[in-house]
Design a binder for this molecule. Structure first.
Ligand code: GAL
Length: 377
């Protein structure tokens, strides 16, 4: 990169016009230069489309190390291929003891626009400085403009003191009867049954449910939902947000309890909600999992992974982060994933692939070395 910069500086000094080559196609898992020629540093990200402009929010990662030194970065684009770095949307705090103190971990930020309040709302996975991944919290931030700066509001564990809305009195009693101390060993068949019965829902009832990998989904009626990996990454939760998107209504369900799913992505097509997630193997890729439901409240049914072809059982080396419904395309959905490079997280690559559908309407995602938007229906 340094050599490139020196070359550009010399070229400009000698009067050459400095025009960077346009990106004209998507090249999954290749380096993806922004309009400054730097690889896009927005990982675990998501896209917001607002008034003709796309905003890509993601983790600004350092080249070395795992904690957040800068914050959430935002890029803008009009064509989804050429992205301009619009700076830090949400900055870490230099104040010692702040939940977002530099050195915390901010992951998987998602921004949605609230029509009622005319505010941009950001939710992100937050881990507190020096505590690894044990805090398992969600952070809320807000801004009047899409590029920010976003103002950090608070962090929490969702739905403290509230049971899932589909739990009966009997389910609550059963969950309460499951005690972690009864299981000296994890992963035994009995332990798994206890998880499904809500052992951890009950354990975390008072303080709120754990919240790690996450996404936010806005439905056609403008209601928004926070979907996150909970219960030690064993169970996904889908929780309804209040009308201003800044809190929870208290209505939530568990999806695939004990199924060990994370990196959730979600979209709606032809009367069905589709949820594509990964298994839990840290930065290493694994086989994706897919679920569908006629309503966000379920019932959720599991399907085969949508990925097909060579390396499909490792999600082509990536882990999902968002599904973009392309505006103006009737049937255009793009699956976005990260190819994590834990030694140099900043250089982690991006996989964007179009989602195809078979005759039954089931999503299928084959690999492509390159593709362009005109291939979407
Ligand atoms: C993955 C997760 C990433 C990050 C990573 C840390 O499982 O999807 O967002 O948290 O673990 O090891």
């Amino acid at each position: 990169m340094k050599i490139k910069k020196i070359f550009l500086m010399c070229a400009c000094a000698f009067g050459f016009t400095c025009v960077r080559a346009q990106v004209t196609e998507f090249r999954p898992a290749q380096m993806w230069p922004d309009t400054n020629g730097e690889h896009i540093n927005a990982h675990g990200g998501g896209i917001l489309y607002h008034e003709g402009i796309y905003y890509w929010y993601g983790e600004n990662r350092p080249d070395r190390g795992f904690s957040t030194e800068v914050g959430v970065e935002v890029y803008t684009s009009k064509d989804l291929m050429n992205w301009t770095d619009a700076g830090v949307a949400l900055s870490v705090s230099s104040e010692s003891g702040s939940p977002i103190e530099r050195g915390c971990i901010m992951e998987r930020p998602k921004v949605v626009y609230n029509k009622k309040t005319a505010k941009f709302v950001m939710l992100f996975h937050l881990e507190l400085k020096g505590r690894g991944y044990e805090a398992a919290r969600v952070g809320f931030a807000v801004s009047d403009t899409p590029t920010g700066p976003f103002r950090f509001l608070r962090s929490l564990r969702p739905n403290a003191g509230v049971w899932p809305c589909d739990f009966t009195e009997k389910d609550i009693a059963t969950a309460r009867a499951q005690k972690e101390s009864d299981y000296k060993e994890w992963w035994t068949p009995e332990w798994r049954v206890a998880i499904v019965k809500g052992m951890l829902t009950a354990r975390d009832f008072e303080g709120g449910q754990m919240s790690r990998d996450m996404t936010v989904f806005v439905d056609s009626d403008d209601k928004a939902y926070h979907i996150f990996s909970s219960e030690e990454n064993l169970t996904l939760i889908m929780a309804e947000l209040t009308d201003d998107y800044l809190d929870y209504t208290g209505k939530y369900i568990r999806i695939a309890p004990g199924g060990q799913n994370e990196a959730p992505t979600i979209f709606f097509r032809n009367g069905k909600y589709w949820l594509i997630a990964s298994g839990c193997t840290g930065w290493a890729p694994n086989k994706a999992r897919m679920f569908s439901a006629p309503s966000l409240w379920g019932p959720w049914q599991q399907h085969e992974s949508p990925f097909v072809g060579e390396h499909a059982n490792r999600t082509f080396g990536g882990q999902g982060t968002f599904v973009l419904k392309v505006p103006g395309k009737e049937d255009g959905f793009v699956f976005m994933a990260d190819v994590w490079n834990p030694r140099h997280l900043r250089r982690s690559r991006h996989i964007w692939l179009p989602i195809e559908f078979n005759e039954e309407g089931t999503p299928i995602i084959p690999w492509r070395d390159s593709w362009s938007l005109d291939q979407l229906k």
